[in-house]
Write a protein that binds this ligand. Structure first.
Ligand SMILES: [Cu+2]
Length: 183
């Protein structure tokens, strides 16, 4: 009798497990995952950045790969901006209805700002000679620009993108650029 009860218990457990799997599959078909991940990266050097911009502006996440504050400006002025400041991936193909999750995994703040054409941001000395694009004009005193800011360790969600090509750049470090194709 004891054995029968145990067997029944196992059978019931298996059925519940199978039911769980079926339910999970059904849910996935009804509601396909519609998120795409984007990350913002940088290699700011906390010591030199925070000496200029204030304590805690740049978090220590680069683990030795850091670029000093003055060097970031030098490289940008020379037309060879630091590739450690980057959105990944560079291009993304998504279906209409997909939400972008843009994570700032770098040490400092960025913006993820849609622009009609790539160009300069709101810090002239980082623009490598390019003019500020209208969408970045005014910097963070412009609420429309401030809304596109992403702080370290946080994310911005972009949804409702129309079909076609969308361009995004960072209004601080305008060589951080990304193209999103919505089909
Ligand atoms: Cu940036």
């Amino acid at each position: 009798m004891k054995i029968t009860v145990t067997k029944f218990g196992l059978l019931a457990g298996s059925l519940m497990f199978a039911g769980g799997l079926m339910f999970a599959e059904g849910t996935q078909e009804d509601d396909p995952p519609s998120f795409a991940q984007v990350v913002a990266l940088d290699e700011c050097d906390p010591t030199t950045f925070n000496a200029v911009l204030g304590a805690d502006f740049c978090k220590n996440v680069a683990l030795g790969a850091a670029t000093k504050f003055a060097d970031l400006f030098k490289k940008a002025a020379a037309g060879t901006p630091d590739p450690g400041w980057d959105f990944e991936p560079d291009t993304l193909n998504i279906k209409k209805g997909t939400t972008l999750n843009v994570f700032d995994q770098g040490g400092e703040p960025h913006t993820f700002t849609e622009v009609t054409q790539f160009g300069g941001g709101f810090i002239n000395d980082l623009n490598g000679g390019e003019a500020t694009v209208p969408e970045c004009a005014g910097g963070f005193s412009n609420v429309a620009v401030a809304k596109t800011r992403i702080l370290q360790g946080s994310q911005r969600q972009i949804s409702g993108l129309s079909k076609g090509e969308h361009l995004f750049e960072c209004c601080i470090h305008p060589w951080m650029r990304m193209k999103v194709e919505v089909k």
